[in-house]
Design a protein around this ligand. Structure first.
Ligand SMILES: [Zn+2]
Length: 927
């Protein structure tokens, strides 16, 4: 076949390149129009050649081009590919190319196959080398890359910071710029993808930590200093933490971060590259098994296919679908895994992180930086599920106020320009519809609450849940929080595109956030409870105690007849399938529940890609028990929805999928007579515990300025301990009852009535609210047992709230969730207990309603009894739930900041908050 030059006219490929491709590959010759534009040239590195030829023709390969030193950058190249007028304020993407003349002439460009072919052809005489170079700094691949700094400002960056670039850059800062301030090292490895270029399978990535402080190598001072951890990228597709963190490290290294400078004698900053797999997945070399044609997106999780923020050993409920990474006594093989895999294979990164961070002393804060879609505020700070003492609860709240004020100082409001226009443009580009947060906390810039309050779901196994729990349960005892920033996630398979005009704002937001966490870490903070000398009693009860010894599978002294030696083995059945749409696709996944079926979990991935159809769970009787309508775009749907069914009926359960997207379905069915034995499922021993929610008051007592907080038994109350003999004078001013133990004991009830008649205030919480049905005192006399109901709810949220009521003093509209279920053993199913009062009856009894629960009755309110008050909180200090898998122990209580404040308000106490000795805020009034 003769090759006619005419054939290449108007074609994307020149004749010489075509010939070199044909020669190199031995490919059959064909006319250019039919040729996949393969590019070959001696100047191309092997890796660059691989990338350009392994990707579709329109993929813009980031390359760095070195030109002949004598000739410099050709003028025609400048004219054709650079843009001297480029500016971030009026451009949505970086210019095609940027160039430099010193110290060596070079260009960085994003070129598709045609363009690269043209450049190689046109500038053949000048091009010395073309290397693949993904990242922000155009020159990081070359010699002398850092003449203008290591990590360029976002406005001038070519792309998101790449993993290799960041590793090289921080290593340079450590070795060449600030060795006395920076330590940078690997603490372990990720699972790793298949690398299609090197053929390494898997090709793990290091998990790096950067330690930043003055005299970083002085061990004694290092250990002593308070520490703040910044987890920069636990979800690989949420980039804002990395963009801010790396640039802060550089500024500190060069002494150009005055806000941090003054803290470095007192504080250690620890930056963690938490999920390198989800970061490097953007490289075309990585093979993502669940993405048919690699789409160059960052991935949320790791190469194991797991969500990197669900695999931590949190106390309380553990979802058996997860791989909790506990580095102590880790089994080699997970007993219930059908493929016989182990934790070191699946979650080596999380194991390394847990092990490493346990070695630090004095970790005060841990901030896990995330990104979300759109929201009514630019940034949310999510409160951890871990329980805190009074002072740490206030630290958690105060730092959000400081960040809110910092953001207000920076922007004023969400409507400031160019912020507002950039958000609108970025949301239009990313999601196809312009949107601007319309919330009113800090004028739309920042709001905060629990995970549920902010995102409408709850989790177990989260990094911040683990790090926040006490050290005796394997955590760090740190105050932990997850910042989330808008427009940092992509829908389904949409390719994430670098938008420097928007990323500059989220980088600024997280810089301010990191600064305020560092400042709070350095600050001396305190919080107290003012009572005006009033004394409080709470009624303790063994009915609220939960002991690991009572579990059927423990070897401790057995509980009531359920000791060891009985055959109570736990069995687990797992299925994991990807259901594809279309006539050949499977439409259902089924699993069979036996006589002792304990629980069924269904996890989905990929739902956010679907635009129509439904997913349904059908029980053995053929009834639909759960359903998601995928066409309903008004309902906020998460890509990773899950369902939970307790004690599923015996027979076949079907997950029916009828939609237009690939949906990943994972079912886990546990068979177990009692609580599942973690040895049989996860391979971990049951952690021992004895917990009781009344520990809340013991933990509060040291913070009470004046006045006693004492626990009494039912027995003590019935024997008259509330009053001073027959005098009618009270021993206590406040009484809390959080259970209905003793409700049938007339002497006990009479003693409480006598206390109230003598002017004592009564606070009834949780099942203690049932006492309203039997108390014959004040307005409570109008409420019968029938008017009070024990209910179960999905989440213990207070709804229909009256913010003018003093019970809600200091509580903001975002805050709804009174306590957080997972670390008390509760699931994301409907299993959280509450006790509520019929609203009509409550109002007829002259009760003040401050809020309701579950749409079923009063959840917060107050009744009068002469001068005394009877306050009701329907769900705030429940006992732990032992029925589900909970290998890593249990919390005593898990009140949110809101629940904590509700309790203090119910008692009529004032919370006082101090920063560096100064009173910065009070919550509620002393009554
Ligand atoms: Zn995230």
């Amino acid at each position: 076949m003769a090759l006619d030059d005419e054939a290449f006219k108007g074609s994307s490929i020149d004749r010489r390149t075509f010939l070199s491709v044909a020669a190199a590959t031995g490919a059959a010759l064909a006319l250019p129009n039919a040729v996949a534009a393969e590019v070959e040239h001696p100047a191309l590195t092997d890796r660059a050649a691989f990338v350009v030829n392994a990707t579709p023709d329109d993929y813009e390969v980031p390359v760095v081009i070195e030109f002949d030193a004598a000739a410099g950058v050709p003028e025609d190249f400048e004219t054709e590919y650079t843009d001297p007028d480029w500016g971030v304020d009026d451009q949505t993407a970086p210019p095609t190319a940027v160039t430099r003349s010193e110290p060596t002439p070079a260009a960085h460009a994003r070129l598709d196959a045609d363009e690269l072919g043209s450049v190689l052809d046109e500038f053949d005489d000048y091009v010395e080398a073309v290397a693949y170079s993904m990242g922000a700094n155009p020159w990081w691949h070359l010699e002398d890359p850092y003449a203008d700094g290591v990590f360029p400002p976002v406005e001038e960056s070519r792309d998101w910071l790449s993993f290799e670039e960041s590793v090289q850059g921080i290593r340079y800062l450590e070795e060449e710029v600030a060795p006395d301030r920076i330590n940078f090292y690997s603490i372990g490895e990720s699972p790793g993808w298949n690398n299609q270029f090197t053929s390494e399978d898997p090709d793990p990535n290091d998990v790096y930590v950067t330690e930043v402080t003055n005299d970083v190598d002085d061990e004694a001072s290092f250990d002593e200093k308070d520490k703040v951890v910044y987890s920069l990228n636990i979800h690989g597709d949420e980039r804002a933490g990395t963009e801010a963190g790396c640039r802060i490290i550089e500024d500190i290294a060069y002494g150009e971060a005055p806000d941090f400078e003054e803290l470095l004698d007192d504080v250690v900053l620890l930056f963690l590259f938490t999920n390198p797999d989800g970061w490097v997945s953007r490289k075309p070399e990585t093979e993502i098994p669940w993405v048919a044609d690699h789409n160059w997106n960052f991935q949320r999780g790791s190469a194991s296919g797991l969500d990197t923020n669900r695999q931590y050993p949190t106390m309380g409920w553990t979802d058996p679908s997860f791989w909790p990474a506990e580095p102590v006594d880790t089994p080699d093989v997970r007993p219930d895994d059908p493929d016989g895999r182990g934790y070191h294979e699946m979650v080596p990164d999380s194991l390394a992180i847990v092990e490493h961070f346990r070695d630090y002393d004095n970790v005060e804060f841990l901030c896990d930086y995330h990104g979300m879609y759109t929201a009514d505020h630019m940034v949310f700070n999510l409160e951890t599920n871990a329980p805190f003492t009074h002072d740490k609860t206030h630290d958690l709240d105060e730092v959000s106020i400081q960040i809110g004020e910092a953001m207000a100082d920076e922007w004023g409001s969400i409507e400031a320009e160019p912020l507002a226009s950039d958000i609108i443009a970025a949301s239009e580009t990313e999601y196809g519809s312009p949107s601007l947060p319309g919330g009113d906390s800090y004028d739309g810039l920042l709001d905060w609450g629990t995970i549920y309050d902010s995102l409408a779901y709850q989790v177990t196994g989260a990094f911040l849940g683990w790090a926040g729990q006490p050290e005796e349960f394997g955590g760090l005892g740190a105050v932990t929080v997850a910042p989330e920033v808008i427009i940092s996630n992509h829908f389904g398979d949409a390719i994430k595109v670098w938008k420097p005009y928007w990323s500059r704002h989220y980088e600024t937001a997280y810089r301010l956030s990191m600064r305020e966490y560092a400042r709070m870490t350095a600050a001396e903070t305190d919080a107290t409870v003012a009572t005006d000398g009033q004394d409080t009693a709470y009624v303790s009860s063994d009915e609220l105690t939960r002991r690991s010894a009572d579990l059927p599978h423990t070897n401790e002294s057995p509980g009531q007849g359920q000791g060891p030696g009985q055959d109570r083995a736990t069995e687990v059945r797992r299925r994991h399938e990807t259901v594809q749409p279309g006539p050949d696709g499977r439409s259902s996944v089924n699993t069979s529940a036996g006589e002792s079926a304990h629980s069924l979990f269904v996890h989905f991935q990929g739902l956010s890609t679907a635009t129509q159809g439904t997913v349904r769970l059908v029980n053995p009787a053929g009834n639909v028990v759960k359903e998601i309508d995928l066409a309903d775009r008004d309902v906020r749907r998460h890509d990773f929805e899950d369902w939970f069914v307790r004690r599923p009926e015996t027979g076949d359960w079907n997950v029916e999928i009828n939609t237009d997207a690939d949906v990943d379905v994972q079912t886990t069915l546990i068979e177990s007579e009692g609580a599942p034995d973690p040895r049989d499922t996860l391979g971990y021993e049951q952690t021992e515990y004895v917990v009781n929610p009344m520990q809340f008051f013991d933990d509060l007592e040291p913070f009470v300025e004046d006045g006693d907080v004492n626990g009494l038994r039912v027995h003590d109350v019935r024997n008259g301990r509330l009053l001073r003999g027959q005098s009618g004078r009270r021993h206590y001013d406040k009484l809390v009852v959080s259970h209905d133990d003793g409700i049938d004991d007339d002497r006990y009830i009479s003693a409480i009535e006598g206390f109230v008649e003598a002017g004592g205030d009564l606070v009834l919480t949780d099942s203690g609210v049932n006492l309203l049905g039997v108390l014959d005192v004040g307005d409570a006399a109008d409420i019968d047992g029938d008017d009070v109901s024990d209910i179960e709810v999905n989440f213990a949220n207070l709804e229909d709230r009256d913010f003018d009521h003093d019970l809600l003093a200091g509580i903001r509209p975002r805050q709804q969730e009174m306590w957080k279920g997972s670390q008390l053993g509760y699931t994301t199913g409907v299993d959280q207990p509450a006790t509520v009062v019929d609203e009509d009856v409550f109002r007829e009894a002259n009760g003040e309603v401050a809020g309701t629960i579950g749409g079923e009755g009063v959840g917060a309110g107050r009744l009068a009894a002469g001068d005394a008050e009877i306050t009701v909180l329907g769900s705030v200090l429940p006992p732990a739930q032992q029925t589900e898998l909970h290998p890593f122990g249990m919390a005593d209580y898990a009140v949110s900041f809101m629940g904590h404040t509700l309790l203090c308000n119910a008692l009529g106490f004032q919370q006082r908050r101090y920063v560096d000795g100064e009173l910065v805020g009070t919550y509620g009034e002393v009554r």
